[in-house]
Design a protein around this ligand. Sequence first.
Ligand code: NZQ
Ligand code: ZN
Length: 388
Amino acid sequence: MLGNFTFCNPTRLYFGEGALKGLDEELPKYGKRVLLVYGGGSIKKNGIYDKVVAALKSNGKEIYEDGGVMPNPTVEKLYEGVRRARECKADLILAVGGGSVCDYAKAVSISVYCDEDPWEKYYIRFEDAVEKTLPVGCVLTMVGTGSEMNGGSVITNHAQKLKIGHVFGDRIFPKFSVLDPTFTFSLPKYQMVSWCFDIMSHIMEQYFSGEDDNTSDYIAEGLMRSLVHSSRIAAKDPLDYEARSNIMWTATWALNTLIAMGKSTDWEVHMLGQAVGAHTDATHGMTLSAVSLPYYRHIMKYGLAKFKRFATAVWEIDPDGKSDEQTANEGLEAMERWMREIGLVMNISELGATEEMIDGLVASTLVMQGGYKVLTEDEIRKIFKESL
Ligand code: NZQ
Ligand code: ZN
C-alpha cells in the first residue's frame, strides 16, 4: 500500500545552458549582503566565479566571500563559516560548487542564529533547525548529491571519526538553484563517474526497501535506466551535452524526496560509505561503489522479489527458465559490468582502507532499520572484509 505522506519541494530550479540568468530573478528578493561560499578554487579556473560575481554586482549586492570549503566539509570549517556569516551580517548565502559547498551553506544557514554547538545539536542529537535561518541559493558545478533541491547536509568530524548527514525539512531546502550542465564540464572524469554512482546509490537506497506496488519504485526504475544509458555515453564522451544534462536532471530527482514518498527506505550503503569516508576522506561516490556489491549480494536473499524486479526492469534480464535467485544474480552481474565499464572504484583498499581499519570502520557505521536486513556488527565486518 502506498503510505500517507506530505510532499513539498519549495526549491525553484533554473535548468539548462545559460540558466545563470535566473540569478537576475532571484537576487532582488533578498537583502544587499551576500555571503559567496565556494570550494578550493575550481570556480576561479573555469570562469564560473567571474560570471557569478558579475551577476551579484549587476544586482547591486555587497559580496563577502567564504572560500576554501573542502570536499566532505569539516566541523571546524563550519564554525569558521558561522563566524564569517555573523561578522558580515549576511542576508543570503550563495553557494557555488558541488554537494560539499551546498551542504556546508545549509549548515551555516541553520547555525548563524543558533546559540548551541551546531555539531552537537544537529549531527549528534539530530535536532530540528532553529526558527531563524539564512536563505541559501545554489549554483551547482558538480552533480550527484541532490543537495541543490533537498534538506540534506553532511558534515565530517575527523577528530571523532564521524561523517554524519542530517536531513532537514523543506524549510531548509535551498530557495533556488541554478543547474547549468556546461558548468560541470570542467570536472575530471574520476569525479564525473563518481557522481554517477552517487546518483545510482541514492535511487537504489530508496528502491530496495518495502515490497509494495509503489509508484515511487516505477519512477525509480525509469531514473535508473536513464542514468545507466546516459552515464555510458558520458564515460566515453564527457562533453556530450545531452548525456550530461540528463544525468544532472536525474541526480536532482534521485534525491529531492519524491521517490521516497509513501515507502520505506534503506540508506545502509551510505552509512557504510560514510564510515569509509570518515577514515579515508575518499570521494563520496567511490566509497559507495566500493561497498555496494558486497552489501547487495549479502542482502539479496532477504529481498529476492525486489532484486528480481531490479534485474528485469532495469537491466533487462530475461527471467524465462531461471530461478528467481539466478535472475536476481544476473541483475547484479549486469550492474557490476556497468560499474567496471564506466570506471568506478570497486574496493575500499583502492581508497586507502586497510584490514587494520576494519574495527574502526565497523564502529563508525550507523545501522539503519529500513532495508531488507538490519545488519549485525558481524555482517558489517563481513561486508567491509569483502569490500577490501
Ligand atoms: O573545491 P573545488 O576546487 O571547487 O573542487 C571540487 C572538489 O574538489 C571539484 N569540483 C566541483 N565542481 C567542479 C569541480 N572541479 C572542476 N570543475 C567543476 N565544475 O569536485 C570536488 C568534489 O566536490 P564536492 O562538492 O565534494 O562533491 P559532491 O558534489 O560529490 O559532494 C560531496 C559531499 O556531499 C555529501 C557527501 O557526503 C559529501 O560530503 N552528500 C550530500 C547529500 C545531500 N545533501 O543530500 C547526499 C549525498 O549522499 C552526500 O552524502
Ligand atoms: Zn550520496
